[in-house]
Design a protein around this ligand. Structure first.
Ligand code: NAD
Length: 255
């Protein structure tokens, strides 16, 4: 955890903040003394249940909706940090993938990322400072059958972070991506194929442990809290010379 003074009085935006990595990041920033959080998620009621002690503004909405970002841009007076994290996972081999699933994945994972990144950079450019982290995935680096839409969106996210870093360096803003491997979050529970696996292994934790053991050299998935602290590192002054990188946090999956 970083010193209280580094984050205190500052404002951070977190998307996908109602669950998993986004919720853990909101709590991490809260514990570090952040001044104010702007939290975006489809699940507006869950944003009120995060147990935060800092001032926060819950915004219920879809990250792929340009109107949401237009509204926020009009009202935003300062922004020091942005964690652009909202995302969905879509499965299906290319021969079976329908255009609606493909477009939905691109809308949330890529249009949402572009729109939120543009809003964050416009605010940070005015202040000539700021730090941004985009949540990508190891799927954007390493190919796996059945993940075309998700993997393509995450590879594009990594490249979007690099281009943004190249542009924003001249006005004093850093942009990085993080590429987690498996993380124990609600994203698994939202996948249709996961419930049968839970049944097969006799429980959710058992199913995740079996998947991690098979696929991960370190033998386990990350917790959302671990990834949140890694995002916090990229936001912090300890990472002051790091921009345009993708921090791979995958337990060795991509080796
Ligand atoms: P999660 O499902 O627990 O949380 C995602 C949050 O995003 C949810 O609260 C959901 O309501 C919100 N969301 C989804 N679509 C939205 C939209 N259109 N507009 C606004 N909010 C929306 O999942 P998570 O694992 O915490 O995922 C966070 C990010 O991490 C995603 O980008 C995901 O691709 C990435 N990731 C997750 C894993 C993993 O194993 N969990 C691995 C690599 C990358």
């Amino acid at each position: 955890m970083q010193s209280q003074s580094e984050f205190s009085g500052r404002t951070a935006l977190v998307t996908g903040a109602a669950s998993g990595i986004g919720a853990a990041t909101a709590r991490w920033l809260d514990a570090c003394g952040i001044g104010e959080l702007i939290l975006v998620d489809l699940d507006r009621p869950a944003l009120d249940q995060l147990g935060l002690s800092c001032k926060f503004r819950p915004l219920g909405g879809d990250v792929s909706d340009p109107a949401l970002w237009k509204l926020l841009e009009r009202e935003l007076t300062r922004l020091d940090y942005a964690v652009l994290n909202a995302g969905i996972a879509t499965n299906g081999e290319i021969t079976e993938l329908d255009i609606a699933s493909w477009r939905k994945t691109m809308a949330v994972n890529l249009d949402g990322m572009f729109l939120s990144l543009r809003t964050a950079l416009r605010a940070m450019k005015k202040a000539s400072s700021g730090a941004v982290v985009l949540t990508a995935s190891v799927s954007g680096i390493k190919a796996a059958a059945g993940t075309a839409a998700y993997s393509a969106s995450k590879a594009a996210t990594i490249q979007l972070a690099k281009v943004a870093a190249a542009e924003a360096a001249k006005y004093g803003v850093r942009v990085n991506a993080i590429a987690p491997g498996g993380v124990d979050t609600g994203i698994w529970d939202r996948a249709e194929w996961f419930a049968p696996l839970v049944e097969q292994h006799g429980g959710r934790a058992e199913a995740l442990a079996a998947m991690a053991k098979d696929a991960t050299p370190l033998g386990r998935f990350a917790s959302a809290d671990e990834v949140a602290a890694q995002i916090g590192f990229l936001l912090s002054d300890v990472a002051a010379t790091i921009t345009g990188t993708c921090l791979v946090s995958d337990g060795g999956v991509s080796l």
